[in-house]
Design a protein around this ligand. Sequence first.
Ligand code: SAH
Length: 357
Amino acid sequence: MKKWLDLIDQLYHKTDLDRESWLTLIGARRYMADEDRRHLKELAVRRSQATYGKDIYLRGLIEFSNCCKNNCLYCGIRRDNMRIHRYRLSEEEIVRCAKSGWDLGFRTVVLQSGEDQAYTDDEICRIVAAIKAAHPDMAVTLSLGEKDHASYQAYFDAGADRYLLRHETANEVHYGKLHPPELSMRHRMACLYDLKEIGYQIGAGFMVGSPYQTDQCYADDFAFLKKLAPHMIGIGPFIPHHETPFRAFPAGTLEDTLFFISLLRLAFPKALIPATTALGTIHPLGREMGIKAGANVAMPNLSPRGVRKDYLLYDGKICTGDEAAECHRYLERRMEGLGYRVVRARGDYAGWQRGCS
Ligand code: SAH
């Protein structure tokens, strides 16, 4: 029997491996036969369904500002990109977007932006509180980047439920190659621990196939995620953006991304794992394939139509087709076609209760 098949079964039963086994399994993706990949996906789907059944949760994504003080080398909305139309939605616009999400049946909204210092903590708190006052049964997720503990605490006290902050890579050398020197992996990880301690459901994650990424980097990601134990894990392929220093690097592949979604599902049986927009960008059926590899969340775009094209993190980002929130009936049908059902529920981490993590 092939060694990696043993390791997959071991991961299925024990949800973790020693480092050497992780490296063997991670490396095996380069020469795995199609039937072995299928086996891995089947185990991952079984794992996912054991906790969440055939339910797929929706998150309405509101990209409320593309202004950013950071200069991440991979990201299209980085500070030094001068060929971009910058925008900011007002408090009223954001709250209105959330309402349209509610009317469409969403029970989670994700407010995401660049690291934009124009919004004060008070403003963010007002926005969160206004959404919660209008829709007490809707979960509010924030994804605003790195902030200090007091800011995170204030948003939480205003009613925010969850926070997405991908760690991007858990390998310090790799982190240094993806980011400018003023950003540090340690600080980003410290933010994730702060968020968890405050009481958020937290989401971490990384890009697949980013420049300079090695199998060691992925092994570090799994080791870090095991330590952090996040409630949500978002991964997607790296896709180059023409106005960044990484414009000439190749994109991460569909198969690698699906492979890592399945490994994440086996290592984190209860995690909420999205089939991301980036996955839907590199292949028209990418998100369906993500679900069939063990993901259980979809994140349609709820931003006002006029700004969607400006939140361009990478080239070709899908933003006007059926990934859009107002077309989610179509998405629903696509998921139903796979034997899943899209549910109108907050989609919290299994067993979650605010205040007792
Ligand atoms: N400012 C927020 C939101 C960042 S954008 C924060 O710091 O968390 C959300 C995610 O998009 C990032 O965490 C990154 O993993 C991903 N992303 C950015 N550029 C990308 C690219 N070129 N290809 C694929 N994913 C990218």
